[in-house]
Design a protein around this ligand. Structure first.
Ligand code: GLP
Length: 242
């Protein structure tokens, strides 16, 4: 695990954008694994700026997102599809038909949908670079603590902590999903490179457990200790307990 500590969140975003830019300019048909949450928003802003400056193109990029809520439509403003459209896809030249999120609509079989998503990733040649954030409880994607380290794309119930951490994004009268479809930990570990971004003091304990704690399903992000090409980019606050 390579840990890089920057002074502030902007530098974290700039560095992460460089990794993505390098991949999509050098590889012929790059496959990106994408993440939602507040942390990667500044990364996506940097990528949009690079695209607008003519430095990068997403024309040949395929993307797979880590997770998606269950129980809301993709055109709901809380869906991760909506998030990706608003923060990245609508502003760059990516072919939206080649952007995927793990979904399971009513009436569909969750197990089959999970397997299908895994197959789609494999058929695209596997993920070259997976972007990750980290939950305050150490979750990656929506792999909550005690998720199997061998897990694949499936439905997970969100923990109270995650629901309360994310409640800031929902208005009081809005439905907050409690279930999500998420890549598994083994799915994430299959990516050739994994780039985890963490900023802010509230991530410091999770970062400490991920980097210096025991490899354990109690901290799902600690699974990255097993990955040969895991890069962790932090600001000083997120690194404060290392
Ligand atoms: C969400 C997402 C994760 C994300 C995490 C942290 O629940 N499923 O992919 O990394 O929470 O989000 P934030 O960056 O907003 O702190």
């Amino acid at each position: 695990m390579q840990v890089i500590i920057f002074d502030d969140a902007q530098q974290v975003a700039d560095n992460a954008a460089q990794w993505v830019a390098e991949l999509i300019t050098k590889k012929t048909n790059p496959v990106l694994g994408l993440a939602t949450g507040s942390t990667p928003i500044s990364l996506y802003q940097q990528l949009v700026l690079k695209y607008q400056a003519g430095e990068i193109s997403f024309k040949n990029t395929t993307s797979f997102n880590l997770d998606e809520y269950l129980g809301i439509d993709e055109d709901n403003s809380q869906s991760y599809r909506h998030f990706m459209n608003e923060n990245l896809f609508n502003h760059v030249d990516i072919n939206k038909a080649k952007t995927f999120l793990p979904t399971c609509s009513q009436g569909e079989n969750p197990r089959e949908q999970g397997l299908r998503y895994e197959e789609m990733i494999n058929n695209a040649g596997g993920i070259d670079l997976q972007i990750l954030g980290i939950g305050a409880n150490g979750h990656i994607g929506f792999n909550e603590p005690t998720s199997s380290l061998a897990s694949r794309t499936r439905i997970k119930t969100l923990t109270q902590q995650t629901l309360s951490d994310n409640s800031r994004l929902f208005s009081p009268d809005e439905f907050q999903p409690t279930l999500a479809m998420t890549m598994g930990i083994a799915t994430i570990l299959d990516a050739r490179y994994v780039l985890l971004m963490a900023t802010g003091e509230n991530k410091a304990k999770a970062v400490k457990d991920m980097v210096t704690g025991a490899l354990s399903a109690v901290c799902p992000a600690s699974a990255l200790q097993m990955h040969e090409n895991a890069i962790v980019v932090l600001d000083k606050a997120a690194a404060s307990q290392l």
